[in-house]
Design a protein around this ligand. Sequence first.
Ligand SMILES: NC(=O)c1ccc[n+]([C@@H]2O[C@H](COP(=O)([O-])OP(=O)(O)OC[C@H]3O[C@@H](n4cnc5c(N)ncnc54)[C@H](O)[C@@H]3O)[C@@H](O)[C@H]2O)c1
Length: 246
Amino acid sequence: MSLLENRTAVITGGAQGIGFAIAQSFVEQGAKVVIGDLDLDAATAAAEKLGGRDVARAVKANVVESADWDTLLAEAVDGFGSLDVVVNNAGITRDATMRTMTEEDFDLVISVHLKGTWHGTRKASAIMREAKRGAIVNISSLSGKVGMVGQANYSAAKAGIVGLTKAAAKEMAHHGVRVNAIQPGLIRSAMTEAMPQKAWDQKMSEIPMGRPGEVDEIASVALFLASDMSSYMTGTVLEVTGGRFM
Ligand SMILES: NC(=O)c1ccc[n+]([C@@H]2O[C@H](COP(=O)([O-])OP(=O)(O)OC[C@H]3O[C@@H](n4cnc5c(N)ncnc54)[C@H](O)[C@@H]3O)[C@@H](O)[C@H]2O)c1
């Protein structure tokens, strides 16, 4: 029996990177997936790669926009028949020290991560509570646990996601909806490949396991939290970091 048979999952930012790896692992376990991404061409290509319309669909969505969420979640409910899992994964960075960070870049990063995850968590909860079942997985970051230089915006947003996850978990537990978070460390993706070599080397030196993580190593934990394998877990924050800043 597959872990996500007869379940539908919405994954934001699923066109590439960690989100795509999560979508792939969910499909392998029998789920239907809806990928919501700013980049419709990339999301459509991703859905094709996952097997096409019968199992994976793409929706153009900006997680900051309430109306886009309605369209995205409707694709799961009306298109595939249910909404069982939501992964709030879409994200960006706009790194700068506090002296140089612009107010626009502070607002943008807070908005995409924190408001985006808030929309996703509350709108998914409203649907899932009716079915008395659901799992929400929020992608935070190790940056939200320890705070990182040049990431006042991102660290604040990712720490905020932890508070949001726990508050929502408490509100939704008696409705059968579980809400958990993952804090990835340094994972090889487009987001981290853009990093200067010096910053990469510094981060590598902090990892006890001595290597970066791969996107599949986040996907397997997301699968665990999305499935009944974690049926007695809610409000947790799982660090997937190779031991960094344990
Ligand atoms: N890569 C890492 O090392 C790492 C570490 C910790 C946390 N994370 C988090 O994991 C998540 C995925 O990161 P990744 O490395 O795969 O990044 P990525 O840049 O490879 O992919 C991000 C995806 O999100 C989409 N996106 C961006 N803004 C959006 C918006 N407003 N609405 C909808 N979609 C949007 C992009 O189009 C892209 O497809 C992010 O939340 C990121 O903060 C990543």
